[in-house]
Design a protein. Structure first.
Length: 409
């Protein structure tokens, strides 16, 4: 089971509370802490939150409502109790317990204004309540005895599973005296819980007709309520307009228009994205077809086209190899011959061209002897073959010549 945080509201608007952490077995995981709701919120992460509210602000009633449809029963309860409450039912909140038999339901009645105050206090502190229960309905029960808990200067009374009230000592004596129905045939059994060093009021101790079982508890009254809550969780006030579902709906309603606009925008964006994808797909298909056509026109002898881009690259590499090696061979010839051409005095290069693995160099030499020396120097490198294509004297008595240079095979 999840750990549970029991938060006991103070009954005013100060935001003060007491809280107690229960482990997965329902046992206290520490001591009761007195602090603020914001401090309690820091302990509520990943835990079930049960909020106890002052029972002095609520009224308990029983009503018979025929029918088995719970939703219809809940709608009928306010009007069935209309004559038993002083206020307009529209200003009240009604929370129903289970069917006790024959269509009889226990009902907790509280002013909507008070419920709004409790809800706002809890939410503003960052707490999310899973249950909200009147404090006296968290008291432990034993057989048919009433249970009375003295907490400071007021008393919490649970007279049956879904009956009880909160009162001061004077009011308690009057209520005990005026109650007609007794849990036992002759004497009323009372289990009176007081803290260390306290006792029940003298007016109750001296009252005839009461079988008083005075018990002392140790620690904070919240520990007693936490133990009782484990055995009989009472009636949850978070029903109807205060239920978790309704709260989520209330928070969602102001954002529905914005969410609708956002959803519409997302749909338009998705449609535009799909249209763009569709257009690009068509363009890609057209480009692929054009590439295939160009490849077939360029290499008609190739019948099977699998990947035209890769196949075309492979065919171009074959052509380069068949024509003498390509750029690498050209650069090698220029690098090897260039050093010697630049280093030979009396030689001036006038033009050069490369084709089919041959480097043709047009040059002017000061005389035939210099031309012959240049040829010998080029061949002496051991990597070049040199052929004098032509040689003739010009008007300045210099020799114009063309050399064909290629790599040595």
């Amino acid at each position: 089971m999840r750990e549970t945080l029991i938060v006991y509201l103070s009954g005013d608007d100060t935001g003060e509370c007491r809280y107690l952490l229960l482990d997965g077995e329902g046992e206290p995981g520490g001591e009761v802490v007195t602090g603020t709701l914001s401090q309690a919120a820091g302990e509520a992460v990943a835990r079930r939150v049960v909020v106890l509210v002052p029972g002095s602000e609520v009224l308990l009633a029983e009503i018979r409502v025929p029918g088995t449809n719970r939703q219809k029963v809940l709608r009928a309860i306010p009007y069935a109790l209309e004559e038993q409450v002083a206020e307009d039912v529209e200003a009240l909140h009604f929370a129903s317990g289970p069917d006790l038999g024959d269509g009889v339901y226990p009902v907790v009645v509280v002013a909507r204004e008070q419920m709004d105050l409790w809800r706002d206090q809890v939410q503003e502190a960052g707490l999310s309540a899973d249950r909200m229960i009147p404090d006296f309905l968290a008291l432990p029960q034993r057989d048919s005895a009433w249970t009375i808990l003295k907490d400071g200067d007021h008393y919490l009374v649970r007279s049956a599973g879904y009956h009880g009230f909160a009162a001061d000592s004077g009011t308690l004596e009057v209520l005990l005296e005026g109650t007609e129905a007794a849990p036992v045939e002759e004497d009323r059994a009372i289990r009176f819980l007081v803290s260390d060093g306290e006792t029940a009021p003298r007016g109750i101790l001296d009252r005839e007709g009461l079988v008083l079982d005075l018990e002392t508890y140790h620690g904070d009254p919240l520990e007693v309520l936490a133990a009782g809550f484990q055995t009989n969780p009472g009636i949850d006030l978070l029903q109807g307009p205060y239920s978790r579902t309704e709260e989520l709906g209330r928070l969602w309603r102001p954002w529905r228009a914005t969410a609708a606009m956002l959803l519409g925008g997302l749909l338009i964006w998705a449609a535009s994205l799909w249209q763009g994808y569709y257009q690009l797909s068509n363009e890609q298909a057209m480009l692929s077809e054009n590439i295939n056509q160009v490849f077939r026109q360029t290499f008609p002898e190739i019948r099977k086209v699998v990947n035209p881009r890769v196949q075309m690259q492979q065919e171009l590499e074959k052509l380069q190899r068949s024509k003498g090696g390509g750029n690498d061979q050209f650069l090698s010839l220029v690098a090897n011959a260039g050093k010697i051409l630049r280093g030979t005095k009396g030689v001036e290069v006038t033009a050069a061209s490369y084709r089919l693995g041959y480097l043709d160099v047009d040059l002017t030499a000061s005389d035939l002897q210099v031309l012959d020396q240049l040829k010998q120097a080029l061949m002496a490198a051991g990597t070049l073959e040199v052929e004098i294509q032509s040689a003739s004297a010009n008007a300045d008595k210099k020799v114009e010549s063309r050399l064909r240079i290629r790599g040595k095979v």
